[in-house]
Design a binder for this molecule. Structure first.
Ligand SMILES: [Zn+2]
Length: 303
């Protein structure tokens, strides 16, 4: 019996079984019979997750390709920056939750925003740009930010409800929570099932549909959904490619060779170009592999 971490319902149904990690552990996915929230089962212990993150997740950067890849990444992130500019007032205060190395914080500040990052696993050298803490321990008073960004982060949280509540508390009235997660209601998940790359066993503990994402945000105190879309230039073209050929993942190749050879890297990019139309078509039917949602808190002082 697995209690739903979103609605607390006691009953769930088996969705997928015998999901293997790169190591010897196996997991299942279960879906709540009440709200449809999908959870990894069993939840890995904190100790186990720390080991997985230490072994696999963080790899040294590669100076021969990283410059080129950073430029590509910037190009692919441009639509997200445009969307942020549409949702957040110019010069607004932004918290990038799960900021990693602080790249997005840097770009936002260069665009005139007043941005800061927070990430308990931060590897940023700049401690003023990225604070190493969980969102519940963020050193800011309630109502500090015009926007909190949560890109590919909420799927990693053992207690998404409490964490998103903490994020919403940090927003000013009329502030925006802007999140992106994999979409378990996607066409791709139906096709690839246990081979679907964004399952990322055991790193992704939660999987959302449009309904469960709205449920999460409104339960956490957001007032209304102001944006929902199903495509990311950064993520969407890579998920079908990596579902078919997981060996092409930069992470896999760097683990084996300590670097990502340039010809392979271009091969991977070409595969993604081929996959673009399929990924975009899925998104048109609101069945894309990513789910991007923005929700606003109530404007005015009577929150
Ligand atoms: Zn539920």
């Amino acid at each position: 019996m697995v209690q739903c971490r979103l609605c607390r319902h006691p009953r769930s149904a088996l969705l997928l079984d015998s999901l293997r990690t790169g190591q010897t552990d196996t997991f299942a996915l279960r879906r709540c019979r009440n709200c449809g929230f999908v959870t990894l089962d069993p939840l890995p212990s904190g100790e186990m997750l720390r080991q997985y993150y230490d072994d696999d997740y963080w790899l040294p950067t590669d100076p021969t390709t990283d410059g080129i890849m950073a430029r590509f990444l910037m190009l692919r992130m441009a639509p997200v920056l445009r969307e942020i500019k549409r949702l957040v007032p110019a010069g607004g205060r932004i918290l990038d939750w799960g900021a990693g190395d602080g790249r997005l914080v840097h770009w936002l500040n260069a665009d005139g925003f007043d941005a800061v990052g927070i990430d308990p696993y931060s590897r940023s050298a700049d401690n003023d740009a990225v604070i190493a803490a969980a969102i519940e321990d963020a050193p800011f008073p309630s109502g500090s930010f015009d926007a909190v960004l949560a890109f590919h982060l909420i799927e990693h949280l053992p207690d998404p409800v409490e964490a998103v509540r903490a994020a919403v508390r940090l927003l000013k009235p009329g502030g925006v929570l802007f999140a992106e997660v994999p979409n378990i209601a996607s066409l791709e998940f139906r096709i690839f099932r246990s081979r679907w790359q964004p399952l990322e066993i055991p790193y992704h503990l939660n999987h959302f549909t449009p309904d469960t994402m709205v449920h999460l945000m409104t339960d956490a105190g957001a007032d209304r959904i102001v944006h929902m879309s199903f495509f990311s230039h950064r993520v969407s073209p890579s998920t079908p490619v990596l579902s078919v050929a997981p060996g092409l993942a930069p992470k896999e190749i760097r683990r084996r060779h300590r670097r990502y050879p340039l010809p392979l890297n271009f091969g991977y990019l070409i595969c993604q170009l081929v996959a673009y139309p399929m990924a975009a078509a899925g998104a048109v039917f609101r069945k894309g592999a990513v789910l991007r949602v923005a929700a606003k808190t109530r404007s005015g002082p009577s929150r």
